[in-house]
Design a protein around this ligand. Structure first.
Ligand code: NAD
Ligand code: GLY
Length: 365
């Protein structure tokens, strides 16, 4: 059977020597899965959630009809990225007699991908893992680079492992069913890549913002491919975040504080978008980023349908939330800060008043 509408736009390689893998980007790719994942073993566990399964599991099941396929669905939401649901997946694998030659396929957003990756990393000390990300955030960020984890009541992603997939298949057609809010959250991560790494890409995003918001296929595909290429380069240089990989956390320390304050109101990408703007204002106030760059960053975030204002909180609350950040070492706050559009640095910051001034510059009231 040949699907004539299938199209591969680009293949990006994550270069990690013998663990290198392809990120295949295109449209209508799911029905031809075995062509894109030629080394799939017989025994497969697909992990997904009910929302995504309803939309995309039938295509996968059809493509994998010759395999021994078991499906494990989790509920929809961050709370399912937990040790309890990890254990339930393990129960399924053991009950179904899965051996070390099996593979785990993640079909869904970052929640499914992170949980499935941690299952793959630990079942029988590690089995093959394939990612089919279906949110924009997962397509440009979480499915690439091998960070896998579940949450603990004491914090997000506290239990996990670095474990790279065998391949990532990105079908940007899947994005047409995504909510506007979840789509915008992915755009926040795409903007992040332009700021930390690639001024040309940032220029392109400014020119193509309307097409991106309208989910134009060619624009979305290029934005995904460029984002994945940037992430691949950073991961290849620093797989376990000893240095440059920390730059991928631009806006995240502020963003995590906003999420911790009110996770019902804020999506991760929205909080990161505001965090990026706070980091930009901090550098403006330090005289190390130009006013025009701050204006361009804020305008692009706004055009992508993302918030640009932070909640109003006293300094002690910000300090409390931000000191829980994983980048805090020996009590010292370390922030990713843009030095220009296209460049950023990780710096130790000791002057909380200066940080708070930057927060106030983008707070309501
Ligand atoms: P998510 O997985 O919760 O997906 C968001 C929503 O979109 C869910 O309701 C989901 O059911 C729905 N959905 C998914 N695909 C859909 C589609 N094609 N059509 C319609 N609905 C669809 O959230 P997310 O934003 O994808 O990921 C967030 C998670 O990713 C967090 O747990 C975060 O910690 C993690 N993350 C991990 C990394 C990493 O490097 N591993 C990086 C960034 C974020
Ligand atoms: N999302 C941050 C990273 O993968 O390092």
């Amino acid at each position: 059977m040949h699907n004539s509408t299938q199209q591969i736009d680009q293949v990006v390689t994550v270069g990690l020597h013998e663990r290198s893998y392809p990120i295949i980007i295109g449209s209508q790719l799911l029905t031809q899965l075995t062509t894109h994942f030629p080394a799939l073993p017989k025994q497969l566990l697909v992990i997904s959630n009910a929302t995504v399964a309803k939309l995309y599991l039938p295509a996968l099941q059809q493509a994998l009809a010759a395999h021994q396929l078991v499906v494990h669905l989790i509920g929809d939401g961050e709370q399912y990225k937990s040790l309890q649901h990890y254990t339930e997946v393990m129960d399924t694998l053991i009950a179904q007699g899965f051996n070390r030659d099996c593979a785990i396929i993640a079909l869904g957003g970052g929640v499914v991908g992170d949980l499935a990756g941690f299952v793959a990393a630990t079942y029988q000390r590690g089995v093959s893992f394939y990612q089919i990300p279906t949110t924009l955030l997962a397509q440009v960020d979480s499915s690439v680079g091998g960070k896998t984890a579940v949450n603990h009541p004491g914090g997000k992603n506290l239990i996990g492992a670095f474990y790279q997939p065998q391949a990532v298949l990105i079908d940007h057609q899947c994005l047409h069913t995504l909510s506007d809010r979840d789509y915008a959250c992915g755009l926040a991560e795409i903007i992040k890549y332009g700021i930390i790494y690639d001024a040309e890409f940032f220029n392109w995003l400014e020119q193509q913002a309307d097409q991106l918001v309208a989910r134009d296929g060619a624009a979305v595909s290029y934005a995904i491919a460029r984002s994945c290429a940037i992430k691949a380069a950073i991961v290849a240089a620093d797989e376990t975040e000893q240095g440059v990989r920390a730059l991928l956390n631009l806006g995240h320390t502020f963003g995590h504080a906003i999420e911790a304050h009110d996770y019902h109101q804020w999506r991760h990408g929205e909080a990161v978008a505001v965090g990026i703007i706070i980091a930009s204002h901090y550098m403006l106030q330090q005289g190390q980023l130009q006013q025009l760059d701050v204006e361009r960053i804020t305008a692009l975030v706004r055009r992508c349908g993302l918030p640009t204002m932070a909640p109003t909180l006293p300094i002690e609350r910000w300090q409390g939330y931000m000191q829980r950040d994983k980048k805090v070492k020996a009590g010292q706050l370390r922030l990713v800060l843009p030095t220009a559009i296209g460049a950023a640095e990780l710096r130790v910051v000791t002057d909380w008043q200066a940080v708070y001034q930057a927060i106030l510059a983008v707070s309501h009231g």
